[in-house]
Design a protein around this ligand. Structure first.
Ligand code: PAF
Length: 282
């Protein structure tokens, strides 16, 4: 496994791979790997000749009062895990090589970025789109793999790639969960034991929504109220950021559950802001 930190070296390497006809897959990450990340690498290993993993805690997607400084990091462990998954190249750029002095170019997908997470994190998707666009143009991968836990991120990036005619396929892979259903996330490390046990109910609540829909409740306003009540009871240390019922790809609110609807939630539990979602069938 090669570890590359220079942008120009990574660009040369990736250009050679693409020109030699290799199928390459990029897994963009901010590190502190868990099974969710590893499942993306495994998918890439099975579906590409060369697997590229980027590891960069991207400052531009964090707001001024967010957790950039304490975002968990363990680079040596990450490298060992990537090696075990058969990753070919880990790209760990320096911040000043990505955002050079005077950097002033941003990629924005304003329509899709203003709902859901965009409401409480207005800077977030601009930062994500800018870094993902940079990584895609540096790595020139045939495929780029994203976790569906960050559903909105996957939708926004897919739109960006379409709008910019970037020659890459965006692949979304299912959320990997702990045994009790909690979606794996690097931010789970912030939870105390008590918060951790309550956080499992975030997913349990989403499963309840599917049950309520199957039992005949199709109005999203009623479903939302029931879900908020469920969280108030089972996640008492939680503070709900949002609960939304939206079209999965347009992310616009829906009043009724028809064919398929995305239920997306964000809940602050202790000092962690946790997100999760479920596609509910009507
Ligand atoms: O999902 C993440 O870890 C990040 O948002 C990403 C896509 C690596 C961009 O920094």
């Amino acid at each position: 496994m090669q570890v590359v930190s220079s942008v120009s070296e990574f660009q040369r390497l990736c250009l050679d791979l693409r020109c030699s006809g290799q199928i390459t897959a990029l897994v963009p990450t901010m590190g502190y790997f868990h099974d969710g990340h590893l499942s993306l690498m495994r998918w890439a290993r099975e579906n590409a000749d060369t697997v590229l993993v980027s590891l960069f805690v991207n400052p531009s997607q964090f707001g001024p009062n967010e957790d950039l400084d304490r975002y968990p990091r363990d680079i040596e462990r990450d490298k060992a895990l990537a090696r075990e998954e058969g990753v070919d190249v880990v790209f760990m750029p320096r911040e000043d090589d990505i955002y050079r002095p005077g950097h002033d170019t941003w990629v924005d997908v304003p329509g899709l970025s203003t709902f859901l997470c965009g409401q409480s994190r207005p800077h977030f998707f601009r930062g994500v789109c800018t870094i993902v666009c940079k990584l895609l143009t540096m790595a020139l991968p045939c495929k780029a793999v994203f976790g569906q836990k960050d559903w909105q991120q996957m939708v926004v990036v897919t739109r960006m790639v379409g709008d910019l005619n970037l020659p890459v396929e965006i692949v979304g892979r299912p959320t990997v969960r702990e045994d009790d259903g909690l979606a794996m996330s690097s931010r789970n490390a912030y939870l105390t034991e008590r918060e951790r046990s309550q956080a499992a109910h975030i997913h349990a609540g989403l499963q309840k929504v599917q049950e309520w829909v199957q039992a005949g409740e199709k109005q999203t306003s009623s479903l939302k109220k029931r879900l908020m009540d469920y969280y108030a009871q089972h996640v008492p240390s939680g503070r709900i950021d949002y609960v939304h019922f939206v079209h999965p790809w347009e992310l616009t609110p829906r009043e009724h559950v028809e064919k398929e609807i995305l239920v997306a939630v964000a809940v602050h539990v202790g000092s962690a802001r946790l997100i999760d979602n479920m596609l509910v069938q009507g």
